[in-house]
Design a protein around this ligand. Sequence first.
Ligand code: TRP
Length: 332
Amino acid sequence: MKKETVLSGIRPTGFVHLGNYFGAMRNWVRMQDEYDCYYCIVDWHSLTTHPDTRELQNNVLRLLSELLASGLDPERCVLYVQSDVPEIAELYLYLNMLSYKGELEKTVTFKDKVRQQPDNVNAGLLTYPVLQAADILVHRALKVPVGKDQEQHIEMTRNFAERFNHRYGEVFPMPKAFSYGSELIKIMSLDGTGKMSKSENQMATLYLADDDELITQKIKKAKSDTLPVEPNSKKTDAVENLFGLMRLVSTQDVVEKFEADFNNCSIRYGDMKAQLGEDMVKFIRPLRDQAKALRADDKYLKEVMEMGAEKARKSAKATMKLVRNAIGLKYF
Ligand code: TRP
């Protein structure tokens, strides 16, 4: 039986952080055998916010190394760079005619970017979700493993796909956001000011490239709270976040010990952070070291990208043939 197709994308705009890892990449790795997986480094998307391309090549190669170190296997998934697959740009063009200014302007991520970069509200930024839809639809993917913040883009993708099918005939299946847990995971920043993100406070974000000392230091500085005064109090967001991180990287006994301490008001946040720091270092270190080793092997990285591009184009070309036929772009 043919496996279902999965697609996801990640922007090469900075260092991979724990939010990327637990929100998306970990799912990507798990999905490799069960599904027919396409994973894309979306360099075109990064041009909407990072027009200066001096760092781009290095960012792409480092991200690729980090993805491989995290467990993506180029023999078991299709790992490629967006700009190596021009079919995506062609599909983006058609989908642009089926997307409306009003709905694009209402997109939450667009409104955020307008606030962040008021001097560069380019059309690429406005049509960012259309390009993302093209990434997904070009492989006729069904499942899209992403973090919670991407749900709106996936919903828009379904709208564009539905409009295409309705106007030109059934070409696209309807893709859905996917996560293994019941809920899409959201990793909050260590200063308690929203999600862990690449661009904002670097001390509040844990990166896969952070060295041991920096990891320990960041967690030590993380926001906690005053001690609970009543047994079984509700945790504040900052404290819940520390527990959330602990559940991801510490053993169950450790988590249970600190839960119990919290519930009987004897918790010492200093101890909790020391333990979390240690467990976080143990978690990140092998990923970081492996990524570093891979990054030094340009020849291997190039081979991986070439192989990925070839496989991705094969799938994309098959879709574009259906698309052109459906629209009626066939003159000889
Ligand atoms: N917009 C996604 C993000 O910011 C990246 C992305 C681009 C993507 N194309 C995609 C994610 C296709 C899933 C599917 O993280």
